[in-house]
Design a protein around this ligand. Structure first.
Ligand SMILES: [Ca+2]
Length: 272
């Protein structure tokens, strides 16, 4: 699994940095440029910049806009990570959580939408709308192969790049569907598995994050990811450390098989 660690690492950071930088303090994250390189660029900025900035941007923006505490359209449950109904690029500011959504890509010959170097708002579901839901998150990709570089991810910072404890929850639930059946990996990047250069504590054999596969179909379906069921692939064994979770992503992994062109939707991401 030579390429996996590095690809996994860029995973979180490619998109993270790009969006984090753009949103929070520009500079730092921006130079990531291409998804492949973003891994190195953003980290410095991520933790500090996003940690404070994203969280505060969200809080300040929402409160300030109305001149009084504004109740977002969604985000009404304390356990809701993001239902996307406010249409923005941030997860719900709740219980100390809030962070950007981002995308990342490993393969230089493939493409994804939204691209990894841009901020993007929630996706208008249109004909794919669910009851009570007009917005979700979307990732499409084309031109992927089967090498370790053939990955793409849609993810978010749990708490703006800071470590966040998920230890009081049993799992993560969400709705999802894909244009053609697709298995994704729901992945939790924690301090133990995330390199120090990316805000974690991992010094070697990093990025073997705890994850669980979810088999998306062409219909909306609810998925639950029990934290007890999360497992590593095994090439970088570290303690499960959900008490220090940095970011979570929905990952397409080319070597897992399945289509090399994909298109999936995520909605109502929440803790339970
Ligand atoms: Ca929604």
């Amino acid at each position: 699994m030579g390429g996996s660690p590095s690809s996994g690492g860029m995973d979180g950071h490619g998109g993270t940095g790009a969006s984090g930088g753009a949103e929070a303090e520009g500079g730092t994250g921006a130079q990531g440029g291409t998804g492949a390189q973003a891994g190195g660029a953003p980290q410095g900025g991520d933790g500090p910049a996003l940690g404070g900035a994203a969280g505060m941007v969200a809080a300040a923006g929402r409160a300030g806009a109305a001149g009084s505490p504004e109740v977002p359209k969604g985000c009404t449950s304390a356990l809701m990570v993001d239902d996307m109904e406010d249409g923005d690029q941030l997860t719900c500011a709740s219980q100390g959580r809030s962070g950007d959504w981002w995308t990342a890509i490993g393969a230089t010959s493939a493409t994804i939408d939204p691209p990894s170097n841009e901020d993007f708002p929630a996706f208008a579901l249109g004909a794919e709308s669910r009851s009570g839901s007009n917005y979700g998150m979307h990732l499409a990709g084309a031109g992927f192969g089967r090498t370790d570089d053939d990955w793409a991810s849609l993810g978010f910072f749990v708490a703006g790049g800071d470590a966040y404890s998920l230890s009081t929850s049993q799992g993560l639930a969400f709705y999802a569907k894909a244009s053609v059946a697709l298995t994704i990996r729901v992945t939790f990047a924690t301090a133990t598995t995330t390199p120090t250069s990316e805000g974690g504590d991992c010094a070697d054999d990093c990025n073997d994050h705890y994850a669980l596969a979810a088999a998306l179909t062409t219909s909306w379906k609810e998925f639950t990811i029990p934290f007890d069921a999360l497992a590593q692939e095994g090439w970088g064994e570290k303690p499960k450390d959900l008490a220090h979770t940095l970011f979570i992503y929905f990952g397409y992994v080319g070597p897992d098989g399945g289509p090399t062109t994909f298109d999936f939707l995520i909605d109502d991401v929440r803790l339970y």
